[in-house]
Design a protein around this ligand. Structure first.
Ligand SMILES: [Zn+2]
Length: 374
């Protein structure tokens, strides 16, 4: 290497140092600016595999994941443990205006090989929802207890994703409601015991397998003292039922950073109450078995742009909304499909460039009480 090369390298090195300094100053200013504002809402991102070789619908490539983390940083977000966000909501403490949590369902091995190194570089916490049977049985692509333990000691939070990871809302042939209730308690408490035994974790966070829940399952989860998450999109707030909290899936078609940015920035819809109405009757047990469910959103008093509220149903595009004062009823245009679907509603926020976001998941069984296989 000659002298010109060396001086050239020195200049480049100085330029890189200056750029790094500029970048960290920019991050500091963004963080100070955004954390000076407070909010009552937060978003949670949901991942499964971080890989290019696993099924696309549940996979985010390592490159996409890296882009997501960069976007979270560039937008001035703080990344908190999910348990800290839910604790703040439960105790009515205001959150930073830009705060998010990162979660993984299913304890797949790519969390260790791909995600953890990138998260640890930034010292960002994250939560792994563990389905303990598959971990016990050492399925391929799954982390083992020792690896989970190690990730926990390096900043991961371990939480409950049921033992068997079955469609929990589905009652077995001939099963009474009482037997099902007992089976559900065992599903959840088995994983709690195993987490405690193998890792010492005593998390009270639960994620429903496939994001599927109904009122009776929510009641069991509540009775066992859990805060629970589905897979419907939307931002968290204290106004939502804490056994039906949303997360934004960030895999497959949802991994595109451009659309994920809007979701990351979204805020909780300013709702006072959500009622699920079937026809004219309020269905108090399970809202999921009707073909055109009706939703009534009651908004808090405030200066909202209710005229700009848009709602969509899976596979149907924009759907009907009917406004009366502070309430809006939402109804699909035609029967919702068998299996899982959603109504998604958004409205421009009072903070420029952000949206309020609410989503209601539905589960519709087929005539013979079946759900499509995943
Ligand atoms: Zn899962």
């Amino acid at each position: 290497m000659n002298a010109t090369d060396i001086s050239c390298l020195r200049i480049l090195d100085r330029q890189m140092q200056r750029n790094r300094l500029k970048l960290s100053l920019k991050t500091l200013i963004l963080t100070l600016f955004f954390t000076s504002q407070l909010s009552w809402s937060a978003t949670v991102l949901l991942y499964h595999h971080i890989s290019t070789t696993t099924p696309r619908a549940t996979s985010t490539s390592p490159e996409e994941f890296r882009q997501h983390l960069q976007m979270i940083e560039d937008e001035g977000f703080e990344v908190w443990p999910l348990s800290k966000i839910t604790r703040y909501l439960a105790t009515n403490q205001p959150l930073p205006s830009r705060v998010t949590a990162i979660s993984f369902d299913d304890a797949f091995s790519s969390i260790l090989t791909e995600a953890a190194p990138l998260l640890e570089q930034r010292h960002w916490p994250y939560t792994i929802f563990v389905n303990s049977k598959a971990v016990d049985e050492r399925h391929s692509h799954m982390l083992n207890w020792q690896q989970l333990n190690s990730l926990q000691s390096r900043g991961a939070e371990l939480a409950n994703h049921s033992h068997s990871h079955s469609h929990l809302v589905k009652r077995l042939n001939g099963e009474t409601e009482e037997q099902w209730t007992q089976r559900m308690r065992t599903e959840i408490t088995t994983t709690s015991k195993k987490l405690k035994q193998h890792t010492g974790s005593e998390s009270t966070l639960f994620a429903y397998p496939y994001g599927e829940y109904d009122y009776p399952l929510q009641a069991i989860v509540r009775e066992l003292g859990f805060t629970a998450f589905g897979q419907q999109s939307g931002a968290l707030s204290a106004a939502l039922d804490n056994t039906a909290l949303p997360r934004f899936p960030a895999a497959g078609a949802y991994a595109n950073p451009k659309t994920l940015r809007t979701k990351l920035l979204s805020q909780a819809m300013p709702l006072a109450k959500v009622d699920i109405i079937s026809g004219d009757e309020i269905n108090g047990l399970t809202p999921y078995k009707v073909d055109i469910p009706k939703l009534k959103l009651q908004f808090n008093d405030g200066n909202w742009r209710l005229g700009q509220l848009s709602c969509f149903a899976s596979g149907q595009g924009r759907i009907k909304t009917h406004r009366e004062g502070n309430s809006v009823t939402v109804e699909a245009n035609q029967a919702i499909s068998i299996g899982r679907s959603r109504y998604n509603c958004t409205m421009p926020s009072n903070e420029a460039g952000r949206y309020y976001w609410f989503s209601q998941p539905w589960i519709r069984f087929s005539k013979d009480q079946q759900l499509p296989n995943d």
